[in-house]
Write a protein that binds this ligand. Structure first.
Ligand code: PLP
Length: 385
């Protein structure tokens, strides 16, 4: 039995996506910049994918820049706009303390080059308060970056309201929508943002393909320089098969529509309620609404999350911890720490993230195995104490 509850880390490639990619890899091997027929075929593949991704997020195809994924899209948004705005004298960047490292470490890098940065706090809800952004904004603020959905908790941020506040002070607004695309309906214009990052491998597309949506008229300096690809906004020969896969994943997400989200939410709620009812000493981290439909993050009192992850893996169930293992020590998740949770609670947490293909039987299998695994780990700790 192999059960995958780690879709926020990555998702399996859908068979239709794989089929499109293999066909493009074999047949459309031209360079999309070449003038001959093979080149133009590859260009047509890019055009089709661009239209599909644009339709998914309510954008114009010409506003999209293909990237190597979410990390590059976040970097291009923040570094690209920061550099373009440098001559205006605006030297302040704002993000939340619960952003992905792709944003947080980019801000740190810019701080070393003299940019002032502010990280907005979040409380136990894992949702940023608009008032906190209002207080942090200055006439110096160049860009505000707030993720649409958090990868560890699934909580959805009030992006439209935050973008309005940023614009009122003349700042641009970027949203990392890597964890909401394919889970929620996302319309870039309705959100009112200027830049939006997405990544194919989070919605059944391939790894190594993503896009940045740049609202028409937004000035941005490229971070990869070279040829005139992507309307001179991102140099480098396009990864045509991976981009074709991104386009196919976007079409599938549109075809599934809201129904798939509703199906997954029922499973997630069954899993969450089941754990809370069967395992004493458990609590859901962060607000339960608004959340993406597939994610729950649960703390297990007196259980080291890493041990529980391994116990579940031995039963064939893949989940993830809120803690990251770096240089042999367990670093508590920066997201749970930012919410003000004590270290032990941050080290007791497991993220379950569901997706296409998961079934009620799989949830029930987890609900059968998990309480036993927790009991066993707790009895071992009690004996050691
Ligand atoms: C919220 C968020 N942003 C950015 C990324 C990075 O995307 P990629 O893996 O495509 O570089 C991830 C991936 O985990 C993510 O969850």
């Amino acid at each position: 039995m192999r059960i995958y509850f780690d879709h926020n880390a990555t998702t399996p490639v859908h068979p239709d996506v794989a089929e499109v990619m293999v066909r493009v890899l074999r047949e459309h091997y031209g360079n999309a910049s070449s003038v001959h027929r093979l080149g133009q075929e590859a260009k047509a593949v890019l055009d089709e994918a661009r239209t599909s991704v644009a339709t998914l997020i309510g954008a114009e195809p010409s506003e999209l820049v293909f990237t190597s994924g979410g990390t590059e899209a976040d970097n291009l948004a923040i570094r690209g706009v920061a550099e373009a705005l440098e001559p205006t004298g605006r030297r302040h960047l704002i993000a939340t303390a619960i952003e992905h490292e792709a944003v947080l470490v980019t801000l740190k890098a810019l701080a070393r080059r003299g940019w002032r940065t502010t990280l907005l706090p979040v409380g136990l809800t894992g949702i940023v308060e608009p008032g906190a952004l209002e207080d942090a904004l200055t006439d110096d603020t160049a860009v505000v970056s707030v993720m649409h959905a958090n990868n560890e908790l699934g909580t959805v941020q009030p992006v439209a309201e935050l973008a309005r506040l940023a614009h009122a002070r003349g700042a641009l607004f970027h949203t990392d929508a890597v964890q909401s695309i394919g889970k929620l309906r996302v319309d870039a214009r309705e959100l009112g943002v200027d830049l939006l990052a997405l990544s194919a491998h989070k919605f059944n597309g391939p790894k190594g393909a993503g896009a940045l949506w740049i609202r028409r008229g937004t000035r941005l300096t490229p971070i990869l320089t070279g040829g005139k690809h992507e309307r001179t906004r991102r140099a480098g020969t396009e990864n045509v098969p991976a981009i074709a896969g991104l386009g196919a994943a976007a079409r599938l997400a549109m075809a599934k529509g809201a129904a798939e989200g509703e199906r997954v939410a029922v499973l997630r709620d069954r899993l969450e309620e089941g754990i809370l009812a069967r395992v004493p000493g458990t609590v859901v981290n962060g607000a339960r609404e608004p959340r993406v439909p597939n994610t729950t993050n649960i703390s297990f009192e007196r259980v080291e999350a890493e041990s529980l992850l391994i116990a579940l893996d031995l039963e064939g169930i893949a989940v993830s911890t809120g803690a990251a293992c770096s240089s042999g020590t367990l670093e508590p998740s920066h997201v749970l720490r930012a919410m003000g949770l004590p270290t032990h609670r941050a080290q007791n947490s497991i993220r379950f993230s569901l997706g296409a293909g998961n079934t009620e039987e799989e949830v029930d299998y987890l609900l059968e195995k998990l309480p036993k695994a927790v009991d066993k780990l707790r009895s071992l700790t009690a004996r050691r104490a």
